[in-house]
Design a protein around this ligand. Structure first.
Ligand code: SAM
Length: 337
């Protein structure tokens, strides 16, 4: 480790494998208003008790100490982050933290439209919206809720209000939305959206369709190939795990997030904070560091900084093929992707 809590702002937080860790993904709730087949078990899910969930002041304090250590980017996720009351108060606290230059939100978009003005006023520009289909019936089948029009209306309103970039996250689902991947990619021809195809990590809700061999990036590329050549957009891997492309003349982009076929451990720049106060060193491994207990036992900033540094220090160099294939199982909804 090269950084210490007391160091200057915008320092460099490095793990033991010389990777620059500057990105914190914060899940603010384990609860979600959708039950996507590939993410959340259907039926009753045990909820974390209220007291187990970090309060906004606690999250903001961790973010502030993280920023002093060198965290520059924060993404708020869930569960469904907009389903937690007062999420905007947290965003307000985050945008004023010195050193944080990029605060964004991943949402399923159901509750988004009513909050767009407030988000813009707070200064949030970047939105990731999960939308796996353009077919309202299929949307209900995938998510368990008849909400397509609500989400599409929010996407359109976000565009109109100038949010940028608007990233559309599409999990490629064999036998479910593979017939639509071309149409989803073609959104980038008509709109400045960044359409990002995500390889499905192997999990399907019990009772949902079996899916032993998820679509790979290569499968997705061949499905969308008739739209035209993909021209690299931006520096590959400069911003994270999505390879970015553009079809000639398109206002938008197409990206691939391929945790199963292309491991991106080498470029990993992130740390995750779960809603119940665990720092997760790697999406696919169970290595966690409890920061909630010291936080609630009145640890000093320097002590909490050491907890963050310890969590970064536990990041594995890479996960095995088997671990990538196994994904993070049924816990994605709690970790936040
Ligand atoms: N509720 C928010 C949403 O829907 O965007 C944030 C949480 S969700 C867990 C974050 C991202 O993880 C979504 O884009 C979702 O599609 C993705 N995701 C969930 N389960 C997945 C899986 N099994 N494989 C790949 N991506 C998955």
């Amino acid at each position: 480790m090269t950084r210490h809590a007391e160091g200057p702002l915008n320092g460099r937080l490095e793990d033991n494998h010389k990777r620059h860790i500057n990105y914190l993904r914060i899940s603010i709730t384990d609860r979600c208003n959708l039950r996507c087949l590939y993410c959340t078990p259907r039926g009753r899910i045990p909820k974390l008790p209220h007291s187990a969930i970090l309060r906004y002041e606690e999250i903001a304090r961790i973010a502030e100490i993280g920023a002093r250590l060198g965290i520059e980017k924060i993404r708020i996720t869930g569960g469904e982050p907009l389903a937690r009351k007062g999420f905007d108060d947290l965003l307000e606290k985050l945008v004023i933290i010195p050193g944080l230059r990029d605060i964004s939100l991943t949402t399923n978009g159901l509750l988004l439209e009513r909050h767009l003005d407030r988000l813009r006023d707070i200064g949030i520009q970047r939105l990731n919206i999960s939308l796996d289909t353009l077919d309202p019936e299929k949307y209900a089948r995938i998510t368990g809720y008849n909400g397509f029009h609500q989400v599409w209306s929010a996407v359109s309103a976000a565009l109109q209000k100038g949010f940028s970039p608007i990233k559309i996250n599409v999990v490629a689902l064999k036998g479910i939305n593979d017939d639509e991947l071309k149409a989803l990619a073609a959104l980038s021809l008509d709109y400045p959206f960044h359409v990002r195809f995500i390889e499905q990590m192997p999990y399907f809700a019990p009772g949902g369709p079996e899916n032993a061999t998820p679509l790979s990036e290569a499968d997705i590329r061949s499905i969308i190939a008739p739209l035209g050549n993909l021209i690299p957009a931006g520096e590959i891997h400069s911003r994270g795990p999505a390879d970015r492309y553009r079809i000639q003349g398109a206002p938008g982009e197409i990206g691939f997030i391929s945790p199963v076929s292309h491991h991106f451990c080498k470029w990993c720049n992130r740390l995750r904070l779960t809603a119940d106060g665990l720092l997760r060193s790697c999406l696919l491994s169970e290595i966690v560091t409890d920061i909630k207990t010291p936080l609630r036992e009145n640890a000093t900033d320097a002590e909490l900084a050491r907890v963050i540094i310890a969590a970064v220090g536990k990041k594995p160099l890479k996960m095995t093929d088997a671990e990538h294939k196994a994904g993070c199982g049924s816990r994605m909804f709690a970790i936040g992707g």
